[in-house]
Ligand binder design. Sequence first.
Ligand code: COD
Ligand code: ZN
Length: 364
Amino acid sequence: MKAAVLYEPGTPLVVEDLQLDPPKAGEVKVRVAANGACHSDLHVMTGDMRQPLPMVLGHEGAGVVEEVGAGVTSVKEGDHVVLSFNPVCGTCLYCTQGSPHLCETRPKTAGVLIDGTTRLHKNGADIHHFAFTASFAEETVVHESCAIKIRDDVPLDRACFVGCGTMTGVGAAINTAQVQPGSTVAVIGCGGVGLNVIQGAAIAGARQIIAVDLLDNKLEFAKTFGATHSVNPSQDDALPAVLELTQGRGVDYGFEVISTPKTIELAFKMTARGGTCTIVGVSPDGSRISLNPNVFMMMEKKLQGSYYGSTRPRVDMPRLIDMYMDGRLKIDELVSKTLPLEQVNQAYDLLKQGAVARSVITFS
Ligand code: COD
Ligand code: ZN
């Protein structure tokens, strides 16, 4: 089967034939139908996020179950699934108390499935899996908890975004930050994930949603997703602009959706007293932020992270799909370009240029 492999940071993905082992006990083989081009894969391609190579990238996929390993009960051959990049055990403290995204059995080793081995090979040599999904591939083998059954009538080239961008963004606003009706919000970074933070804040009923991005086309997308105001830091200093829009107070909820220490500090400064700043991006290894510690106590400001939109995959993902099918969640508006796997590098060139909200790779 064909897959997109990264051999060295800074080099293009190589689309080539690989061997895929059958699913072991507790695993599921999925024929991938579509996979979105998310910035996290780009962090691996540039070397900002270090991963063992060679590796099949892709973590925003959806497809159809082809085969199940022994003991699999939650899906069967022919089921449509979204791929979750967070395997869960279902029995640890965090799974049991309703926070499976924090599952404490999540493996520490990157690039392998949860038993520490890979199902991907080329001429006998192991190839690693990105994010337990490796879904820039015609087929993939994942842990059962990463194959989330969804309804059959949703187009898979839309459902795939629920595997990352839509879930990560909407979940950051609704699950992690718990944005309140009538509140004020600022979102720094309006790419595929940031647009979904904006969408989540709009669904939650925020009265003012300020989009911040260096690119005017992203700010236009942001309006479609529910932003009420926009600030372009290349034209206006972002902090005074946001303060001016909020009577000098700042926002109740600030979000950083880029992944740099500077924009985390900026999002925190934009956050009002009593407010909450949520970090969605992962900064390069070794990064540090610098904040005045006294504002935590004096102003009761809060700073927190959001991993995968604090998702409970089997609850939240089918729910988001229903909202999309009912016309209450925007996914079509996210898709700027549809490309075949052979053009996966073009999808990333477009992302680097800032030309797209998201591209989707589809498999025939
Ligand atoms: N000021 C304002 N806007 C900026 C700046 C800046 N200094 N720098 C970049 N931007 C804008 C860009 O113009 C772009 O619109 C946006 O920031 C980034 O968008 P994308 O589409 O390139 O990126 P996304 O939305 O696909 O991904 C953003 C993440 C923050 C999720 C990603 O970078 C990341 O950190 N991923 C790792 C975290 C993780 O694992 N998340 C779960 C899986 S994705
Ligand atoms: Zn992603």
